[in-house]
Design a protein around this ligand. Sequence first.
Ligand code: R5P
Length: 282
Amino acid sequence: MDWGLKNRLSRIIKSDGKTVMLAVDHGYFLGPTTGLEDAGKTVKPLLSYADALMPTRGIVRTSVDPATDTPIVLRVSGGNSVLEEDLSNEGLTVSMEDAIRLNAAAVAISIYVGSPNQKETLLNLTRLIDKGHRYGIPVLAVTAVGKNMGRDTRYLALSCRIAAELGAHFVKTYYCDGFEKVVKTCPVPLVMAGGKKLPELEALELTYNAIKRGAAGVDMGRNIFQSDAPVAMIQAVRAIVHDNATPQRAYDIYNSIKAASKRGKKSKLKGVTASKQELSKH
Ligand code: R5P
């Protein structure tokens, strides 16, 4: 691996070998996803807690503070939409030059192994990796599961291994029973996608299980930004990924940050009411 590529990857996967990536790219095929209707408002309070942010280029340009230190893992595949039965018809949506213009630390592409567009999505991955090597930009392969595709160990291990064999620098996949086999047979770091919104404790248990079974971290979206308290939730996830917290300890962290922020909001409101009363005296 070239120095520039290693350097970019080390901004995403920290020195403990772990990362908490915040995925906010859902709109590229889902449109205005719950929690991301105003992506800028959602991202702003979470950005400093994320080791990396995974958006589309439209969201970067419209909704992310350019002064941020948080590295961007740019989604560069798309062309599909949730209205189609088969989601696998994806192409490359961003040139490497534009990714560099946006100072992306890495680029991300979905692959659809076993789908009608398997070959095209895998060749898009290899084209992207070749360009990534030219400029020192790492490539994240996302093993998309589509609407009709399985999520078992055999399928996910196959997809992750193919992505790594074709040269992906890191891989994102779903949790499954036998996840340790998926991790062991994938020679590059593997991050877990969160999936659909779960109750907070369950999402923390999922995170814990993935880390225990060898994941290099998470690339989590809905279980953070659709939480009742997203800022508390991302810190709870961090406690598991970086500090080996148990799910229960992380859940306690979540609840205490959530309660403190509610108290903070109440006292701010009280402050406003008090100053309004002061003003009305004059
Ligand atoms: C989906 O293809 C996107 O890449 C999302 O970033 C991914 O699904 C992770 O988000 P979530 O944790 O909401 O599943």
